[in-house]
Design a protein around this ligand. Structure first.
Ligand code: SF4
Ligand code: SF4
Length: 167
């Protein structure tokens, strides 16, 4: 008899608890329905969020104000990358003095495969690449995570000659 009484008591408690929860939901729905309780992401991104400088979110090829980068297309970063996240595509050009020279054509970064291990940056002898603390990187289409890092029209920053350094 006592067991039956306890069972009925638990069932009643369950219904009371359920009713309390529903009433609370109803109260929020009626009173503060104009306020966003949750936000859809990534559609409603907020630009006020920031992360620490040391956060690793994306490899970038740095460019200066003249749209020049320091990448010599040596492929050391590509070799160092354990995930095949980097493709360095080079092309041959003819310099003003008629010499043939290999230069960077496309610096392709597969962000979708990058584990932010920093090995490419350590491997680069030119300090051409660095890690950015980006975090707003979500996309619906995975192909958008494959990027060309050298900007359109950019070129290799020429190092000053010994003569230029001395003058
Ligand atoms: S951070 Fe690591 S995984 Fe990402 S591109 Fe560089 S070497 Fe590859
Ligand atoms: S980013 Fe650095 S390591 Fe990679 S190809 Fe360019 S110069 Fe070489």
């Amino acid at each position: 008899m006592r067991a039956l009484f306890n069972y009925i008591k638990e069932v009643v408690y369950a219904f009371v608890s359920l009713a309390k929860g529903l009433l609370l939901t109803l109260r929020y729905f009626v009173t503060i329905k104009k306020v966003n309780i949750t936000e859809e992401y990534p559609d409603n991104r907020t630009t006020t969020i920031s992360v620490k400088e040391r956060f690793y979110g994306e490899v970038v090829l740095t460019h200066d104000e003249n749209n020049e980068h320091k990448c010599t297309a040596c492929t050391l970063c590509q070799i160092a990358c354990p995930n095949n996240s980097i493709q360095i595509i080079s092309k041959q050009v003819e310099t003003e003095d008629g010499k043939k020279k290999r230069v960077l054509d496309k610096w392709i970064y597969h962000l979708d495969m990058c584990t932010f291990c920093y090995q490419c940056i350590d491997a680069c002898p030119q300090d051409a690449i660095e890690m950015k603390n980006s975090f707003e990187l979500s996309v619906y289409d995975r192909s958008k995570l494959v990027r060309q890092l050298n900007r359109p029209g950019s070129k290799l920053k020429e190092k000053p000659t010994v003569k230029e350094q001395q003058s």
